[in-house]
Each structure stands twice: as structure tokens, then as C-alpha cells.
Design a protein around this ligand. Structure first.
Ligand SMILES: [Zn+2]
Length: 544
């Protein structure tokens, strides 16, 4: 990849700057890193003016094809030191702004062919969708602590070795082990009927006979506070319409403890979704350690609305909740890790990832088998196409995103000494639907570079760069300053199926999955190969 194209060789200015760079022993400064790159790249149009200005030597030189002249030059090449320093200063000025038009044009020119080859390879068939189908049909859903997750991890490690990926390994993480057990919810009054429900991850069990109690319905935490006296001894139903996931999920996560604070005996939460076919949505919850733990479960939107109507009419609503959930001792699991090693700076890393665990319902196809397989496929395509970037691209299939985040934390702890060498962490966990581009969290100068890289995705209408990229598994790295990115996809259907029995392969379109693969592959490859390292600097991505 780093050979010079036919008929071109580095110009004098580039060589000079490289030598000055060595002489001053200032390595890897962004302003100089461009020089390093361009010394290995053709003197393309962007640098022509500068080369002529500095050295009076034309950039384009009909040298023999594919010879990197710089590397044939003896270190003692006779270039006066003063001239060399001058050249270095000139280059520093020209390339100091990472997003300068010169730099932008250089990215587009230098990486067009590689980007196109990754896009073409991703779109030529349904390989990613097929691999995802194999994963989900063979192993089903993959909750932390389950045999199915560990079997799927063993399979992925074996397949990655077959793919020819390097340093394939499972990196250990201890994960929470919650088991749903038998569970049910039944309407007792004003009529008898079974209700669809899913216990929330982390919930305690009910007594064996269940909890039978009257229901009160509230639409917000504030309403619960104002009706605190009514809630004592009751089952609180949080009937909160979906606004955004980030906002509405607060009731799933914190509803049980809020209800316990006012003396409730159990909490039910309207499923966090904008669309329902009477499908309950599970998900994680957390207990506040200062109040009693009470059992908690999700009900369907339809049943929440029905109970509200009954109560509004003055009916007394009574239900029986039975849950046999257990929290066992933490279990050993692994992050699946594999690499395409960098050709020049293998210690510097771009992480590309999705989480391999899922909830214990459906197939975990969309959340997040799709993201994990898309990241894996992106790296496989680099390997298949012989695209070896300067720095390492490391695919990580995280364990335990859903109910603990132990995989992301274990990775941060194991690689803490190398965090500064992580240039970028990418995570796909919003579904592998049609991408508009990427979302990115980083400094302004890094964002400007990412905008230019993303233009390589314009041909598949995925060249946009939005704010607030990230994901919960890469958040531990982002908190330490690693820029974070996620594909910016059409999420309009994501929360319809999220954490439900309906999260299955048929909801995913092979072409859209392939577009996600292409988007992740191009971003990861170019950032890993760019001459200048992406500037560090980030902030926490998003709350749970
Ligand atoms: Zn997820």
C-alpha cells in the first residue's frame, strides 16, 4: 500500500524534512508526521507548490515505477542542515492544521483506491449477514454467564483463526451471572387474564407464591412522589411514553428503587419502545443500595395502557407477579480480540468493535450480534484485500455489555498502560441499519480530520459526521481520552425490537449490514494508516 505509484518519487523537500525531523529527534508530532507520510508518498499536487518553493525541484519526477526513493537514500545524503530545517519548518506550517485543504485533498487522493476496494468488497455479497445468521441460528441469544455465550465465543475465536486474522485471543473478564428463571404476570381483577411480561435484568425474585397486590399507575417520577401515600403496599406501574431511549430508560433502570422508596412491593415498567406488537422489552435495572430491593418487570405498551384505562374508569386493578430470578456468582468470560497488525507502528491501535453478548430473549441479532459481526467483517476484508495499515486495527467483540459492562472495563484495565496508543475506538451498537455516516466524539481538530475521511463514504451516502459518537463498551477508553466513534445509522426501527423476542435475523437487511461493514472498515483503515495520528482527547460518551 505504501509503494509509490508509477512515475513518482518523493521530492527533495520531503527528504529534507525527514532528515531534519530525525536530526531534531522530535518524533510523531502531528506537524511532522505529515512529513513522514509524504516522504513515503508521491509528491502529489497538494505539495507541489511547497516543494517548488522550497527546493525548486519539481514534484513529479519520472523515476522507475514503485520505487520508494526515500528508503534508498543513505542517511548521510548531502542536504545542508540549514536547508533541511527550513524545509521542515515550511512543512510544519503547511500541515499543522490537520484539516487544512491540503490535508483534506491528500486524504481523498491517497485513500480513494483503498476505500473503494473495501466498499466494493463489503457490498459484493451478503457475507456479513450470512455470518451473523450462522452465529444467531447456531447459538441463539447470549446472556453473560450462559453456556451459549461461551460457546459462541469459542466459535468466533476458531473462525477468526480460519480468516487468517492475527493475535486471535480471548481476553478474560469476570461477568455478572443473572438467570431469569420462570416468571409470569396475571391480571386478577377486574378480570383474570395472563399478561405478557419480561423480568428486568438484575431483579430479585418474588416469593414462590408470587406477589398479589393492587396496581397504581404513574406517568413520571414526580407523579410518584406526589402520590407517595397511595403507593404503599401496592405495585407501581410506570406508564411512561417513549420519547428518547436515553430519557425513557431512566424508568426501567431506576423505577424499582423509586417505587421501593415510597413503600411499594413491586414495580412494573411500560416497555421502552416507540412501537409495540404486545412484545415486552427487557433490559438492565439497578437497585439503589439505600432502599429495599423489590422485584421488577416490563409489561407491554398495550397492557400498560389497558391498566391505565381500567384505573381511570375507577376499576380496581390487581395483578399477581411471579419471578424466580437468581443472581449467581460472577462467571468467567472473554472479550474476543483479533488483529491486522500495523506495518510500521504495530503498538498503535484502532479498536473496531461491537458486543457479543445479548439479552436472554430473541437471537441478539440486532443487539448486538450485527455490530460485532460488522466489526469482525471489516477487519476480515482488510486481511482478504491485503490492506495492512501502518498501525494495528484490532477487532474486539465485547462480553457483558448488557448487564454490567465488565468486558469494556476489563479491556481498559488490561491495556491501561497502552491507552495513549489507542488512536480511536469504534463501536457499533445501534443496529446495523442503513448508515448516514458516523458519529464522533473527539477534539475539534480530530473532528475535522474525521470529516475528511468520511468523505470517502460519500459514494454510499454515508459521508456524514454527527456529534456524540461512542458506545458503552468503549466509554472506559473514551473517559481516558481516546476519541470514540459509532456508525450513525437509521435507528427508526431499532427500539421496536430492542431486548425482545423479536430481535431476530429477519429484521436485518443484508445490503444495509454490508453498508455498515463498509463504513466501519473505511474509517478504521484510514485512521490506522494516516500519516498523522488522530489527535487524542475525548469525553464520556453517554450515560447508560
Ligand atoms: Zn447493545
Amino acid at each position: 500500500m505504501h509503494e509509490l505509484p508509477p512515475g513518482r518519487r518523493p521530492c527533495i523537500a520531503h527528504r529534507a524534512s525527514r532528515i531534519a525531523h530525525r536530526a531534531s529527534r522530535i518524533a510523531h508530532r502531528p506537524s511532522c508526521a505529515s512529513c513522514i507520510s509524504y516522504s513515503r508518498y508521491p509528491c502529489i499536487a497538494v505539495s507541489k507548490k511547497l516543494c517548488i518553493a522550497v527546493s525548486k525541484t519539481p514534484c513529479i519526477d519520472p523515476s522507475p515505477p514503485s520505487i520508494d526513493l526515500f528508503h534508498l537514500l543513505p542517511p548521510s545524503i548531502v542536504i545542508p542542515r540549514r536547508f533541511a530545517l527550513l524545509a521542515a519548518v515550511a512543512f510544519s506550517t503547511a500541515f499543522s492544521a490537520a484539516a487544512s485543504p491540503l490535508h483534506a485533498q491528500a486524504i481523498a487522493t491517497t485513500y480513494r483506491a483503498a476505500a473503494d476496494s473495501l466498499i466494493d468488497a463489503a457490498l459484493k455479497d451478503s457475507a456479513a449477514w450470512n455470518r451473523l445468521a450462522k452465529l444467531t441460528d447456531t447459538f441463539g441469544n447470549r446472556l453473560s454467564g450462559s453456556r451459549s455465550l461461551e460457546n459462541a465465543i469459542d466459535w468466533a475465536l476458531a473462525e477468526m483463526k480460519k480468516d487468517g486474522l492475527e493475535n486471535v485471543r480471548g481476553e478474560p473478564a469476570m461477568v455478572p451471572h443473572w438467570v431469569r428463571g420462570e416468571e409470569s404476570l396475571a391480571l386478577v381483577s377486574p378480570r383474570s387474564a395472563p399478561l405478557r411480561m419480561l423480568g428486568l435484568g438484575g431483579s430479585i425474585a418474588t416469593p414462590k407464591r408470587g406477589i398479589t397486590a393492587p396496581v397504581i399507575v404513574v406517568g413520571s417520577f414526580d407523579e410518584l412522589t406526589s402520590r407517595a401515600a397511595d403507593a404503599k403496599g401496592k405495585i407501581v406501574l410506570f406508564d411512561v411514553p417513549f420519547t428518547s431511549y436515553r430519557e425513557t430508560v431512566a424508568y426501567r433502570v431506576g423505577g424499582a428503587s423509586a417505587a421501593a422508596k415510597v413503600g411499594a412491593v413491586a414495580a412494573l415498567v411500560r416497555s421502552v419502545t416507540p412501537m409495540s406488537f404486545r412484545t415486552p422489552h427487557t433490559g438492565n435495572m439497578r437497585y439503589d443500595s439505600t432502599v429495599a430491593k423489590i422485584p421488577t418487570a416490563a409489561v407491554t405498551v398495550e397492557d400498560a395502557l389497558m391498566m391505565r384505562r381500567m384505573l381511570d374508569r375507577g376499576d380496581k386493578v390487581v395483578v399477581t407477579l411471579k419471578m424466580n430470578a437468581r443472581t449467581l456468582a460472577p462467571a468467567p468470560s472473554r472479550n474476543v480480540v483479533a488483529e491486522v497488525r500495523g506495518s510500521e507502528k504495530p503498538d498503535e491501535v484502532v479498536v473496531i468493535s461491537g458486543h457479543f453478548d445479548s439479552w436472554d430473549v430473541g437471537q441478539g441479532a440486532m443487539d448486538d450480534g450485527g455490530g460485532a459481526v460488522a466489526a469482525w467483517e471489516a477487519v476480515r476484508l482488510m486481511k482478504q484485500l491485503g490492506l495492512r495499515p501502518r498501525r494495528t486495527v484490532r477487532v474486539v467483540l465485547w462480553t457483558n455489555e448488557e448487564n454490567g459492562g465488565a468486558g469494556g472495563k476489563a479491556y481498559r484495565d488490561a491495556h491501561r498502560a497502552d491507552v495513549d496508543k489507542h488512536l480511536l475506538a469504534i463501536e457499533s451498537d445501534n443496529g446495523v441499519f442503513k448508515p448516514r455516516g458516523v458519529a464522533f466524539t473527539g477534539t475539534d481538530s480530530a473532528t475535522a480530520v474525521i470529516r475528511e475521511v468520511a468523505r470517502l463514504l460519500d459514494r454510499i451516502s454515508a459521508g456524514g459526521v454527527a456529534a456524540d459518537g461512542g458506545g458503552s463498551d468503549i466509554e472506559p477508553l473514551m473517559t481516558l481520552g481516546v476519541p470514540g466513534m459509532s456508525p450513525d445509522v437509521d435507528e427508526s426501527r431499532y427500539f421496536w425490537y430492542h431486548h425482545t423476542e423479536a430481535d431476530t435475523m429477519d429484521k436485518l437487511d443484508p445490503h444495509e449490514v454490508a453498508l455498515c461493514v463498509a463504513t466501519m472498515a473505511v474509517m478504521a483503515y484510514v485512521v490506522a494508516d494516516m500519516p498523522a495520528p488522530l489527535p487524542h482527547g475525548s469525553r464520556p460518551a453517554r450515560p447508560l
